[in-house]
Design a protein around this ligand. Sequence first.
Ligand SMILES: [Zn+2]
Length: 263
Amino acid sequence: MGGDRVDVTSIGRGYQDPHFIEPKPSFLLLLRNADLLEVVGLELEIGWLPPLLDQSRNNRIRPGQPGYLDVSQGVEILDRPTVTVNRSMGDVHPLGNPHYWLDPANAVRMAIQVQRKLAELRPADAAHFDQRLNDFKIRMNDANKRWLTLMAPFRGAKIITYHPSWPNFTRHFGLNVAGTVEPKPGIPPSPSHTLDLINLIKAQKIKVIVMEPYFDRKTPNFIGEKTGAQVVVLYPSVGGRPELTDYFKLFDYDVNELTKALK
Ligand SMILES: [Zn+2]
């Protein structure tokens, strides 16, 4: 939304697991000099960001301050637990699924919040941010029509995913996640669960196993060999591959890979 009026750097990279970003000293410098910190929220960053924020000693960007924006506040959240979360359930996110950005409607909701925040911090540039938000909405509307058309033939298709990173994405395109490679969120594959999954894929003739780039391919590949299902690496975030430089390119890539595999 900022265009040339804002200098944007991300701490986590698109090819990294956003639950576990390894802290680096250079992050402290970034945080110390920042006027605004945007977070995904819903505790996605809880394992690594709070200590960095403490050490940065930048009070402008602490939670509750004007320079802190938790984008989850204004989006649609799925998988909100209806029971009290405990460790036996795996690494369940107690506030709901934080991988919410993979739905174009949420992308627009996030962009609106960013535009409002930038306008609040830099009132003199408000018209510029507003113009860029409008451009973004128009581009998103066009791109979304294209993606929905490409995915339309696969409505109702069942897929397996590695981790529950895709509830917003699959709902948007009408896909059904029949199972996950992880027995529970954040818990690595186990032999008995893998066997169950192989049986499920065979019984339901599931064609595709979607995995994120930062997980071990061993188990998905093994399941693929046993069942004939194709393992497809999709990228949850911009920057997952060097050429995926924005949200549109990210979705173009993921939709293209997925439609090829589902055919
Ligand atoms: Zn997660």
